[in-house]
Design a protein. Structure first.
Lengths: 157, 157, 157, 157, 157, 157
């Protein structure tokens, strides 16, 4: 099972999906998209490090980075299920389009499944975390504690 | 894995979800909700018969009927995953609310996962099938052929 | 060109679509759906009379009533274009499904086209008109003046 | 300030809006709509009693029942602000239409203001509470404790 | 009461919200966000000047500019109510997320309230005004007359 | 009749709208917006060439490029109907706003009409085509065959 994204940085919403996915499969790959065109704030390595800190206690989670099309990564790694989180209608429209496109590219061998986010995390996104954190606002409760530590140290460098 | 609904009648959209779900689990229960308050057109038995006709070739699909809360059925049968189909934003809002409610009622032991419908089936629903069929319109291509036969025979009774 | 609906009663929103449609075709049929299952407040004849009052000055508008499937009416009358109004996202989802269903039933010979309602009428619907009018509220400005007269006379009978 | 609705029964989502509204005004009227056409499960008196139990500690909340148009109640009671809760996009579309209609009926003297529900209550509605409770499911946490007691006693009668 | 935004430039939709808000409070602060990352077309000073021209006749409106998080401005200025306008479902999703985030950052002391825009202004936004104006199109009726004068003079400089 | 857009590149979704529009009018102008601010991947000339390849067999389609406001092009060319495709709710919200803005700019002489996309093309957009194609993914079936040839040759230059 694969959970792919930019994770810039990983939030409590992402972590909830990771935990719920990992519970239902043998191994969950968290795939960090290394897409410089998206101009992420943290490098792919930093993002992977933060995910590692957040998922430390989950034995069947492995972290990987990839470039290019998700469909190519999926084929190269024999992924059979891709997992996605859904927060709101606007997520839905985008995810529907991506799922239908990916169904074309993957063929029948891969299924995309969606989990609804916990209502408590429904307003949390990486971009809002970065915006609030960037202006010195409090994002504890939105990201895992060890990720917050990482972000604070990184800010002081 | 459980796929529950009214299935009044089963459509090609439902069948697509059943096939994709059955592929990813040991056994898929198709649970037919026997809710007289919803005033279904076909009885729960008829609806189960049509599902049986449509899923004849799928070895790991079993069909059951139930009353009352989905959460109670889920607990009584040790279901660990409930599967749902998503067609459009309006589905999404309703499904989000139900998933969040069910997460409260189920606890952590059960996960609801969602599959996006194939775009070719995105406009198909049991109610539109019944309306068109009721006025003598052509619903072949919207329901499985053996279900259409069943509906036509039933209409002549 | 056909503009079909329940028109229970015709509103200023409907009239705006009728005027805009009639301007772009040789003849616009306003088709009043006679569907007793929907339990309209006014009879199909009353609804047709109100449309006649509202469209009195439009030379190329004819009014008809029909039962059953729109697709059957369309075929029987050689309609080539069906026109619909869109007010909000919720309209859109429903209309998308109906348009895709009708494209199956009509085949290529008929096209459904949509007009966006004027923002001033975006909140007007037959059901809100009936609710407000039923409690004695002011609906002038929501329905054509001659339709309001008709509703008031009908109420006193 | 007025908060009107059916409250069949009052939920924690309603109570959150009541508390937040009461904090920002001198007096908050909770107006219980007595609309037999909507076939509420509890009578208007029962619904008012449950609200009274839930708002016992809020000094500036008064409870009233009314029939007919909200706009008429608003005028008769010199209400200057009507408060509404918003949970999801589907709420939004409906509320937008009602607010625009009411702006017509009220004139300038009354303003409708909206509060977004707390994410923890975003999936709670009276209808889902009734459905789950009716089948013996657990609705504690969805309604105030004293309302749950009331519902349980009422059920045993 | 605070109404914050980019106002690049102020539109008739904004002005409608300002007027309705100012009517319901002692003092309405219009807070102009000075966020260079958003690359506004007009400087914060120009935007404040245009708001001043548009709100000249409203006695209890004051104009301020701020940088950084809204939550910090709100705390520093003892704001108790933040007001927002809602136009369409897409606004809604975004506003819901921001309101839930801000509820976390503000705590209980601040409430965000929403007003639905007048249907006549539902399609008006600063970005569409800038696009149409930039190509020489007519935006009278979308912005206050004195703001249009300002924009035209500014264009000739 | 005018169908305007960026067409960067033309997709099967666009071509479906072109075919359906061309069937209902004497002449369909496909207007290619030459807007450098949008940073299209292909030049306006390349985009027009691809449309010419895709519409080769449609006798009443002419291709043109334009800059600036659609409303100005519409007036200068005596266009009476502008045609648009609708795929999903998010399209709808944007298109509603543009249609209402354009109704202001055009006046009564021009009508915007909308066609719902074929469900099979509902997930196809120029941007997803470019993203998948750019990473070497398979976009046959998403764009017309001769357009795919063009894109492949262009890539090798």
């Amino acid at each position: 099972m694969l959970y792919a994204g930019t994770f810039d940085p990983i939030t409590n919403g992402h972590l909830d999906i990771i935990k719920r996915g990992a519970k239902r499969c043998d191994q969950l790959i968290v795939g960090v998209l290394n897409n410089s065109a998206k101009r992420p704030f943290y490098t792919a390595e930093e993002r992977a490090e933060m995910i590692a800190l957040a998922t430390d206690e989950l034995d069947n989670v492995v972290i990987d980075t990839f470039e290019g099309l998700l469909a190519d990564y999926v084929k190269a790694n024999d992924v059979d299920v891709v997992i996605r989180g859904l927060r709101a209608s606007m997520d839905f429209e985008y995810e529907l389009v991506m799922a239908q496109m990916n169904a074309r590219l993957y063929g029948d061998c891969v299924e995309t499944i969606f989990l609804m986010t916990d209502p408590a995390n429904s307003f949390v996104s990486s971009s809002i975390v970065k915006e609030v954190f960037g202006f010195g606002g409090d994002v504890s409760g939105l990201v895992p504690p060890r990720v917050l530590d990482y972000m604070q140290k990184r800010q002081q460098d």
